[in-house]
Design a protein around this ligand. Structure first.
Ligand SMILES: [Zn+2]
Length: 359
């Protein structure tokens, strides 16, 4: 790519912290319940190749709080200072054009980004905008990075993902598959890395998700409002304590947070050495056959998620127990729906698990 392809590093392209209040996010370890969602996010944080996380369920169950809490829990990332795409200084591939040109002497440590993609966002805002007039007048490729640039190496969060416009869904499918955002206008093009964990949430009763997008999510979780009194009381107590004194509340959970952070770091280090025995692959294949999931993506995701879970638990080999725990999360959104079969997906998976693994 020629030199004039270097993106503008204008003030507007610098990642700014979320404009909300300065109060620290609610601690991940202080979240009551939501075990399946927390586990899915931890798995995606340890091995982003499992794909994104889809959280379906009731409103006001703290799905967005959980995502922000996870990002705050993760160790800060090292980036090339000033790079609008959060390029990793130690990386040799997947760099933006500017960093590829070797201007990466300065490094900075930044929090893992959680970028909201609002419904109704324009393509320019999501993809970034090429200034065609400036390109024609000055012969430079002036590019204003968008939300996909800011989300690189972090999380892209879409609330009500099932209501996202088709043209944005198409864009996301392309970028999620390639890890790269390509913007083309009138023969001018720019590309930059855009690898992120896609987290979507929504209520399935308000609209179906397109099958191609559904398939892009490695994991899916059902989030419910807790129904037992003791859990509800604990949720309210902690929320109240946090609202009254955010800093004090966060400080009181610092030890727990540090412990889980160390666990994530060692899981990431252990992942490459965590093995999947043939017996586990055999079980995974039988389970997917029994459920009639389409293609092999389900099996691949099941295997990766089980491996990441094993690494999180400090083990070096995948067991039946890991497969059992992650199977509903990895497979429930991949089941073919039979309108005459009233059985919910989760129940079907539990039945197949009992069949394959024994009661
Ligand atoms: Zn860069």
């Amino acid at each position: 790519m020629p030199d004039d392809a270097i993106p503008r590093r204008s003030g507007a392209s610098v990642v700014t912290p979320r404009k909300a209040t300065r109060r620290p996010p609610f601690p991940f370890t202080a979240i009551v319940g939501q075990e399946e969602m927390k586990r899915a996010l931890l798995i995606a944080a340890v091995d982003p190749s499992v794909g994104g996380v889809l959280a379906f369920g009731d409103r006001g169950t703290g799905k967005s709080t959980t995502v922000r809490a996870l990002a705050a829990l993760l160790p800060p990332m090292t980036v090339v200072a000033g790079c609008p795409y959060n390029c990793a200084p130690d990386s040799t591939s997947g760099l933006c054009p500017a960093c590829t040109h070797g201007d990466e002497s300065q490094v900075a440590s930044v929090p893992v980004p959680v970028i909201d993609l609002p419904l109704g966002a324009t393509e320019d805002r999501v993809l970034g905008a090429l200034d065609i007039e400036r390109a024609l007048a000055e012969g430079v490729k002036a590019f204003e990075p968008g939300l996909l640039a800011r989300a690189n190496r972090g999380f892209l969060y879409i609330d009500e993902v099932n209501l996202l416009e088709d043209h944005l869904v198409d864009v996301l499918l392309d970028v999620a598959a390639s890890g790269e955002n390509v913007v083309e206008r009138e023969g001018i093009s720019i590309r930059h890395p855009a690898r992120f964990v896609l987290v979507g949430s929504g209520n399935p009763e308000e609209g179906e998700l397109r099958p191609q997008l559904l398939d892009r999510f490695g994991l899916s979780v059902e989030v419910r409002t807790p129904e037992d009194v003791a859990t509800r009381i604990e949720v309210v107590k902690r929320r109240d304590a946090y609202e009254r004194d955010p800093a004090g509340f966060v400080a009181s959970w610092a030890k727990e947070e540090a412990k889980l952070r160390r666990q994530i770091v060692s899981a990431r280090n252990r992942l490459a050495r965590t093995s999947v025995p043939d017996a586990a692959l055999d079980r995974a294949a039988r389970l997917c056959l029994a459920l009639g999931t389409d293609g092999l993506r389900g099996e691949l995701t099941l295997m990766r998620a089980a491996r990441a879970l094993a690494a999180i638990e400090g083990e070096t080999s995948v067991t039946d127990q890991h497969l059992r725990v992650v199977a509903p999360t990895a497979l429930r959104h991949r089941l073919r729906r039979n309108p005459l079969d009233e059985t919910a997906s989760t129940t079907r998976i539990e039945r197949a698990l009992a069949e394959v693994f024994g009661g």
